[in-house]
Design a binder for this molecule. Sequence first.
Ligand code: KIV
Length: 282
Amino acid sequence: MRTTINQIKDMKQNGEKIVMLTAYDYSTAKLVDQVGVPLILVGDSLGMVVLGYTSTIPVTMDAMLHHTKAVVRGTEQALIVGDMPFMTYHASVEDAIRNAGCFIQEGGCQAVKLEGGVTVTEKVRKIVDCGIPVMGHIGLTPQSANQLGGLKVQAKSIDAAKQLVEDAKALELAGAFAIVLEAVPARLAAIVTETVGVPTIGIGAGPDCDGQVQVINDILGLHTEFVPKHAKQYANLTDIMRSALTKYFNEVKDGVFPTSENSFLISKDVLARLKTEYATKK
Ligand code: KIV
């Protein structure tokens, strides 16, 4: 039985921290699920950490659905959130509803996330009216990086900080079941968290949010080109993988791998007949 949005909301009421992580493929999602993480985001961050783009802008619905399906297949208990990519909910309410519907119907996830505050509330409300849970995302919204002038901390001025609180309130009113706060000052995130009744999930928003989300490649040390200040590396999988790959490379080159332990047998009869028909070295 998968986690429900009501259980996520209850966690805020009960003061229980909400753990959320991204995942993009079957095997990794399976591990994250087995650890007990109740919320998994198939983030459009996959554009950078899986597909090698320099931003989330080129990510398409097709790519998101492809990865969402894999994550859904790998999980049993987590609530899976599909991240709506750039320009799939911006042009019209109809686009927003249709693409959110694709995530649920085709992708098999249980909720969608979209970026923006007051400006996207009509879309949030209409998607929720269709029975699709929506997670909001405010503060640093990477799909607007060009407009924001880069990936930097947001809401530092009094006007921008007040706007962030208003955005959170508007998203709650529109029916969002949770709100991601990305790259905002910790004390402001605490005020937002106290102001709204739905859970806030922080990423670079300090310890007082109701929950935390991280890009899995960042915390496992798998994406080392750029490690955000807010990420903590719990492992260095890059080094572990490099050493394993080097060992494999050398063993194949040296004829050490494979051995008879990694090989399949053939019956003596078949081998004898083969040897009579073909010249073999061994
Ligand atoms: O795409 C993503 O991974 C995200 C998280 C950073 C919240 O939006």
